[in-house]
Design a protein around this ligand. Structure first.
Ligand SMILES: Nc1ncnc2c1ncn2[C@@H]1O[C@H](COP(=O)(O)OP(=O)(O)OP(=O)(O)O)[C@@H](O)[C@H]1O
Ligand SMILES: [Mg+2]
Length: 257
C-alpha cells in the first residue's frame, strides 16, 4: 500500500520550547493511524502543521507524492484533506445544518469573489452545499437535529456535528484531534461506529485520542510521542507491550501477553 502521509524531520519551536522535535513517520493508505502521547507532548501541534493551520519550523510533510508543508490551510484542504479541532470550533448560535454548510464554504477560497462576480452561480453552489449537508446529516444520524441550534445540543451531538462538517467536502484523509474526548461511554460507542463507517467508505483516518480502548481497538498502526519526539511505533499489540510507552504514558494496565 502507498504512503498517504510522509512526515520527515518535522520540528516546531515556540519561543523557548521545542513542541515537536525532529519527528518522522509514515502513514499507509487505507489505515487508521493513531498518534498518542502524554498531555503537551506535541500531538495537536503535529496535526496543525500537517494541515497548514500552523507554520512549521523545519522538516517536510508529504501527502501522497506531493509536499504540502509550506502550504496554507485552504490549499491543504483543497487536496482532499480534512480535519477536526481539539476544541470545538462550531458556531454555537447557528443550526447544525448551517454549521455544515459553513464547513463547505470555508474550503471554497474564492467564495466571496464568486458571489460578487456571479450571484447566480453562488446561489447554485449554496444549493449544492445544502444538498450535501442533508446527505451528510443523514449519514451521521443527525438529520433530525438539522434545525437545532448547536449550543442546545448534547456534547456528543456537537462532536458528531463537527465530524459531519469535516466530511462535507468528501476528504480522502481526515485528521481527528480527540474526536471522542468528553463523550460518555454510550456516546463513545456510537461515535466509534460512525468513525468506522467513515473509514470503510474510503476515508483514511489520522487520529489523536486519549481513550486507549478506542485507540487499541480501531488503530492499524500507532505512533507514540513524548516531549515532541517519537518514542515508539507499531501495531496496537506492540505498543501495549512497549516498556518505554508503558513508562511514559500507558501505565501497565494495558499490557497484553
Ligand atoms: N501556540 C502556542 N504557543 C506556544 N506554545 C504552544 C502553542 N501551542 C502549543 N504550545 C505548547 O507546545 C507543547 C505541545 O502542545 P500540544 O498542544 O501539541 O500538545 P498535545 O500533545 O496536543 O497535548 P494534549 O494531549 O493536552 O492535547 C505544549 O507544551 C504546549 O504548551
Ligand atoms: Mg492536543
Amino acid at each position: 500500500m502507498a504512503n498517504v502521509l510522509t512526515v520527515e524531520h518535522l520540528t516546531k519551536k515556540f519561543a523557548g520550547l521545542t513542541a515537536v522535535n525532529d519527528l518522522s513517520f509514515t502513514m499507509k493508505e487505507r489505515t487508521i493511524h493513531s498518534l498518542i502521547g502524554p498531555n503537551g507532548s506535541g500531538k495537536s501541534t503535529t496535526i496543525n502543521m500537517c494541515t497548514g493551520s500552523l507554520p512549521i519550523t523545519s522538516g517536510t510533510v508529504k501527502y501522497r507524492d506531493e509536499i504540502i508543508s509550506g502550504r496554507v490551510l485552504h490549499e491543504v484542504a483543497s487536496r482532499n484533506i480534512g480535519r477536526t479541532f481539539q476544541n470545538l470550533k462550531l458556531f454555537g448560535s447557528m443550526t447544525v445544518e448551517e454549521n455544515l454548510m459553513v464547513g463547505m464554504q470555508a474550503q471554497m477560497k474564492d467564495g466571496i469573489l464568486k458571489f460578487l462576480v456571479s450571484p447566480a452561480s453562488a446561489k447554485a453552489e449554496e444549493k449544492r452545499a445544502n444538498e450535501r449537508a442533508m446527505e451528510v446529516l443523514d449519514y451521521i444520524g443527525m438529520y433530525k437535529y438539522r434545525n437545532e441550534t448547536v449550543a442546545n445540543l448534547a456534547y456528543g451531538q456537537q462532536k458528531l456535528t463537527e465530524l459531519g462538517r469535516s466530511i462535507m467536502t468528501a476528504p480522502k484523509l481526515l485528521f481527528l484531534d480527540e474526536p471522542a474526548a468528553g463523550l460518555n461511554p454510550s456516546e463513545r460507542v456510537e461515535f466509534v461506529k460512525i468513525l468506522l463507517k467513515v473509514f470503510d467508505d474510503g476515508i483514511d483516518l489520522f487520529l489523536i485520542e486519549h481513550n486507549m480502548d478506542v485507540v487499541m481497538n480501531i488503530s492499524n498502526y500507532i505512533t507514540v510521542i513524548n516531549f515532541g519526539s517519537k518514542i515508539a511505533e507499531g501495531t496496537p499489540k506492540e505498543i501495549q507491550n512497549n516498556d518505554e510507552v508503558i513508562a511514559a504514558y500507558l501505565g501497565s494496565q494495558f499490557k497484553k501477553k
